[in-house]
Design a protein around this ligand. Sequence first.
Ligand SMILES: [Zn+2]
Length: 245
Amino acid sequence: MHFHVWLRFYGELNDFMRPERRGRGFGHQLRERASVKDTIEALGVPHPEVDVIIVNGQPVDFAYRPRDGDRIAVYPRFQSMDLGDLPRVGEPVPDPVRFVLDIHLQKLASLLRLAGFDAVVLDDDAAIAARGRADGRVVLTRDLELLKRSEVRWGYWVRHTDPARQFLELVRRFDLARGAQPFSRCLRCNEPLRAAARDEVLDRLPPRTRAAFDEFHVCDACGRTYWRGSHYQRLRQFLESTLDT
Ligand SMILES: [Zn+2]
């Protein structure tokens, strides 16, 4: 049996749409009575990006099965769009926000850690989805199929490809400026840093650094020592300019 529905995607969900479907309603032929979740994902939109679904003026959940003639409006998460008290299909993102990223976003993970955010990197899709669900982490990826996995509860498709622009994108989308704690986390292994006295780290420092700095942090997981050298100044400028925008 074939039947016809009318769909419209709002806001950032248009990023997943073919150009002729962006910003306007379009007719769509369904061959079988799949759930509205499967219908939306078949059109290219991963379910974690969806917040509210309205069918013929009434909110529905992901399990709703569209009927012939339905008019379906789909609204995004992760952007400031006031939808009032409408029932959501997505659960609120845990606060403070934590992330699990696929291996292709390693540089973005380093920038998130630089700003103090918990950002785990894994290379296996099943492990990423499971970790996100178990820990309440937002899955970050550019792989749409990963986001469509049913275990993914919180997830976001990173639009940009350049790491600095990706970071800025996340700052805006997840309102990261308010939760940032720069230079509090190891860039290599994601563990929180602790302050250390010069005596403790002396033998790990280049000679010039020993004399020039008196504030040090160490990662107990990997033993790396951090101090406020020229690299630090550059990164601080990057963070300040990004978090202020
Ligand atoms: Zn470390």
